[in-house]
Design a protein around this ligand. Structure first.
Ligand code: FAD
Length: 451
């Protein structure tokens, strides 16, 4: 008789696991049932800013696999079904059919929790008003569209992290006047050092974003249920549309209530095979903690790149294979208009907080040979350990071709290389792509002088 895998959550982690398990185990060996409380499966939340910005034509373009496609692949996906309880002793989940309002129980042999994360929404007065939203789902994007159709002209983005930046870019492209309010003194202040964030602030202001730094939001003015302004400690800002991007919190309530262990960083604790410690219960994606490869600490880094890899590894293991998730470096990339921003590992501030004797060195370098048309500069910051020269982290901010260079440094970091070793690597060169000394080599070489 086939074993039964039940999956809670039908997006990146859950459906990567389902697809991988299906690849490795036939329907005779493994029955796969996935519950998703929303109406869509496998949609690219990462594409939402480009949908609201008009670069992506329709919401359907963001859906990698529809429920029908999953079903055709032998996965019994049930949308609009919310799992409301897990009984690990009886190996059962309780599921509510959200359309019919009916509860049922489903037995499992293996359970994967892939419930994702929820955007942080402080209890600010007026936060429930029409026009105040987060951009996390296709429904949220549809709400933005409705506000634009209703004539919204002034948008306020609360939080200047990745999503805040991408949303600001999208709303600017739609012709709105955009204000970004950030509590920290720099945009992307949680993931970049302040010196590297300066170029981001400059680019935002050059694009006519009214960027207000070091200001705390306190609430919203609401008339007839609609938002009209954002209240801050430094006065109010008129708004027809407010998008909140303050980071996320792992969805762990269901797991915690079932006795599955949740760690201090706020995510479900899993080992490198995505096992939770409760027999036959696995977890993957934004709802779990991962091991940071540099500090060794458990962290919640909510990124699609991890969710997909963890889902695939969980699916392999559940199907009887052997796959490890190797941990995270917090490698991430985004852009604001033409400015590319990448980071990996620890910032100088994070390295100090982790008790490491680290230093940071910043290098400005062109992305092409100086004589080749269209050369633009990039800044690369290398963070390294003083005594050993071991790379601890890097940040890159600059023009075309800057952002993806972070992957070279992430690879070096993953493999524990020193800045001296990186400075001698065999990187490609031709005038349209880099100077003869690639900016990564220059930056590492400069850092090596300080070790
Ligand atoms: C606007 C935006 C831009 C992003 N950009 C990037 C990017 O550029 N790069 C990157 O790496 N990452 C990006 N991310 C993050 C990325 O989308 C997430 O890390 C990824 O979607 C996490 O996948 P997941 O499957 O763990 O969780 P989710 O995608 O959140 O999926 C979890 C699913 O579980 C369902 N669910 C939860 N509880 C239950 C329940 N009790 N019963 C049934 N179903 C349930 C939810 O409805 C949801 O569909 C972005 C996210 C957003 C919102």
């Amino acid at each position: 008789m086939a074993r039964k895998l039940v999956i809670i959550g039908g997006d990146a982690a859950g459906m990567s696991a389902a697809a991988q398990a299906r690849r490795l185990a036939s329907a005779d060996e493994l029955e796969i049932v996935a519950f998703e409380r929303g109406a869509r499966t496998s949609y690219a939340a990462c594409g939402l800013p480009y949908l609201i910005g008009g670069l992506v034509e329709t919401p359907d373009r963001l859906v990698a696999r529809t429920p029908e496609q999953h079903r055709a692949n032998g996965i019994d996906i049930r949308i609009r079904h919310e799992v409301t309880a897990i009984d690990t002793k009886a190996s059962m989940v309780t599921v509510r059919d959200l359309d019919k309002g009916l509860d049922a129980v489903e037995h499992f042999d293996e359970l994967l929790i892939a419930t994702g994360a929820t955007g942080i929404a402080p209890q600010w007065p007026g936060i429930a008003a029409e026009g105040v939203l987060q951009l996390r789902t296709l429904d949220d994007a549809a709400q933005v569209e409705r506000r634009l159709d209703a004539g919204a002209r002034r948008a306020v983005v609360v939080g200047a992290g990745y999503i805040g930046l991408e949303v600001a870019e999208g709303l600017l492209a739609r012709g709105l006047a955009v204000t970004v309010i950030e509590r920290l003194d720099a945009p992307m202040g949680a993931v970049l050092d302040t010196d590297m964030a300066a170029a981001v602030a400059e680019a935002m202001r050059a694009a006519s974003v009214d960027l207000r730094l070091g200001i705390a939001v306190t609430g919203f003015s609401v008339i007839d249920g609609h938002v009209t302004a954002v209240q801050t400690a430094a006065g109010s800002v008129a708004a027809d549309l407010v998008v909140i991007g303050l980071g996320v919190r792992a969805n762990v309530d269901l797991a915690r209530a079932a006795g599955v262990k949740v760690g201090e960083a706020g995510g479900i604790i899993v080992d490198d095979h995505l096992r939770t410690g409760t027999p036959h219960v696995w977890a993957a994606g934004d709802c779990v903690e991962s091991r940071h490869r540099i500090t060794g600490h458990s962290v919640v880094v909510a990124l699609g790149t991890h969710a997909n890899k963890q889902g695939r590894a969980a699916g392999t293991n559940i199907a009887g294979g052997d796959a490890r998730f190797g941990g995270v470096l917090g490698t991430a990339i985004t852009k604001f208009q033409n400015l590319e921003i990448g980071r990996t590992g620890l910032t100088e501030r994070e390295a100090a907080a982790a008790g490491l004797d680290a230093f940071g060195v910043t290098t400005e370098a062109p992305n092409r040979a100086h004589y080749y048309p269209g050369a633009q500069v990039m800044n690369i910051k290398i963070v390294a350990e003083r005594r050993t020269g071991r790379l601890l982290g890097a940040q890159i901010v600059g023009g075309a071709g800057a952002g993806k260079r972070i992957d070279v440094l992430a690879t070096a970091l993953w493999n524990g290389m020193t800045v001296n070793e990186i400075g001698g690597m065999d990187l490609s060169y031709a005038p349209p792509f880099s100077p003869v000394w690639d900016p990564v080599l220059l930056a590492a070489g400069k850092a090596a002088l300080k070790t």
